[in-house]
Design a protein around this ligand. Structure first.
Ligand SMILES: [Zn+2]
Length: 219
């Protein structure tokens, strides 16, 4: 699936509320989601950690508890960290690359999903978003966090996951960027519910298929 996040530069840099600091897991209702991050674009640690904080905050508001796995850069891959144990819906992956080879200039990211809308792999085009008009309105780390959350949203929501409002809007204009500046660009509550129900359904299917057959009849 391809998406387009065009942006306007109508906003000045303003107030950037930080995500809630406490990431201790007090709410038992939160669903675990692990995300492997392959930093092929060599995004700095400070930008990356701001992005992860923002995406963590957004996902938490949708009922998910994010665990990030730093899978390193091409010259310095992390090994034995579980980075490759990717499996929908519990463990997704994001690869940060400089730019797309085929996508248009205002495309910030892309996801890969099967006919059922399931997928575990997202690409984010860091240099494209960092040099866009949107980056004049929203700090780079924050913007990256919103884009990563948007792409994870595609993987978690399935097909036809763009919406008229909020984080999953296909084209981010002045209104969305203003919400981003205010820390308010989020999934809608409907989308949060859909993410969780889809997650539970997929996990139940996974569990069912991985259970050994009691009868052993093979049908
Ligand atoms: Zn999209």
């Amino acid at each position: 699936m391809k998406n387009k996040l065009a942006a306007l530069s109508l906003l000045s840099v303003g107030f950037f509320p930080q995500p809630a600091v406490a990431q201790t897991r007090k709410q038992t209702a939160l669903v675990d989601l692990t995300v492997s991050v392959f930093n092929d674009a060599g995004v700095s640690q400070s930008v990356l950690s701001k992005a992860q904080d923002r995406a963590t905050f957004i996902m938490r508001r949708a009922g998910l508890f994010l665990v990030w796995l730093d899978c390193g850069t091409p010259g310095n891959r992390q090994t034995n960290t579980g980075c490759s144990a990717i499996s929908f819906p519990e463990h997704l992956s994001v690869r940060l690359v400089s730019r797309a080879s085929t996508a248009t200039e205002d495309t910030f990211g892309q996801t890969f999903q099967n006919a059922a809308g399931d997928g575990n792999y997202a690409l984010v085009y860091f240099r494209v978003l960092a040099s866009s008009n949107a980056a004049e309105a929203v700090k780079t780390g924050e913007l990256l966090g919103y884009v990563v959350a948007h792409e994870l949203g595609h993987l978690l929501l399935g097909r036809d996951s763009h919406s008229a409002t909020g984080l999953m809007t296909a084209i981010w204009g002045a209104s969305e960027l203003q919400q981003a500046c205010q820390g308010k660009l989020l999934f809608t509550s409907d989308q949060g519910g859909r993410i969780r129900s889809r997650y539970f359904a997929a996990r139940a299917r996974l569990k069912k298929t991985s259970e050994p057959s009691q009868a052993g009849s093979g049908h």
